[in-house]
Write a new protein. Structure first.
Length: 234
């Protein structure tokens, strides 16, 4: 039996389609999606996964109707208000990647509160990707590297892959071992492009609101039967 992924990342997709099939508004799909988050965080912790990154809001999601963007922000605040205490009691450490400065103040406030409260926790790290886009992250890293060269903090000769990784917002995270995408779409959508160089992918047709412990187990079983060679030979 191989290990569970140390870092699992999930593209939670299909909330809208789940709702549409049920003649419900898209917001109902996102609400149901939050329930899945609750279930999956718990299960990942039980399985011994150390880092769980959830793609909750991408740099491209601002293109959605304003009403839907507002719903997502509200759900985030409600989720944090409701869950942070229990997450803390369960030793969950909450972190984020992405530029949250564009989020409403109330979101920023709840997020800061969540980081502060849970910063010393040693159980699973729940890492939310919020206003995250991998290209944007790489662009920011390049700017900071150039600035540090200009300030003579680093030399061009020092630039190697690990230095670049250290300028990304994922610098405190190991590379993801497994990325799951729900709802049948098979693409990365600007998620962890640099970090995912040797990540295993698992795609399922199940929409995010219907993803559960059983579906997670299927994904992990599949992962455990993959042979990871990282470009080498066995
Ligand atoms: C994908 O479904 C889902 C999202 C873009 C957002 C996921 C966010 C949440 C579940 C809630 C807010 C976040 C937190 C952390 C509480 P979709 O709308 O793309 O579905 P579709 O492709 O079927 O339209």
């Amino acid at each position: 039996m191989k290990d569970v992924p140390n870092h699992l990342a999930i593209i939670m997709d299909g909330n809208g389609r789940w709702a549409k099939k049920r003649f419900l508004p898209r917001s109902a799909g996102h609400k149901a999606g939050v329930e899945t988050i609750r279930k999956i965080v718990k299960e990942c912790k039980k399985l011994g996964i150390k880092h769980l990154t959830l793609y909750a809001f991408s740099t491209e999601n601002w293109k959605r109707p304003q009403k839907e963007v507002e719903t997502l922000m509200t759900l985030l605040v409600t989720y944090l208000k409701k869950e942070v205490k229990e997450l803390h009691e369960n030793n969950v450490k909450i972190t984020t990647i992405g530029d949250i400065s564009k989020f409403p103040n109330v979101c920023i406030k709840e997020l800061n509160n969540a980081y502060e409260l849970t910063k010393n926790n040693t159980g699973i790290n729940l890492n939310l990707a919020l206003n995250y886009g991998s290209r944007n992250d790489i662009k920011n890293a390049i700017k900071c590297i150039i600035e540090d060269i200009r300030l003579e903090n680093i030399d061009i000769e020092n630039i190697d892959e690990s230095l670049i990784s250290n300028y990304l917002s994922t610098k405190n995270l190991p590379d993801p071992d497994l990325i799951i995408r729900t709802s049948g779409e098979q693409r990365l959508s600007n998620f962890l492009l640099w970090e995912g160089a040797y990540t295993e992918f698992y795609f399922t047709d199940v929409n995010w609101p219907e993803f559960d412990e059983k579906e997670l187990k299927k994904a992990i079983d599949t992962y455990q039967n993959r042979e990871r060679r990282f470009g080498g030979v066995k």
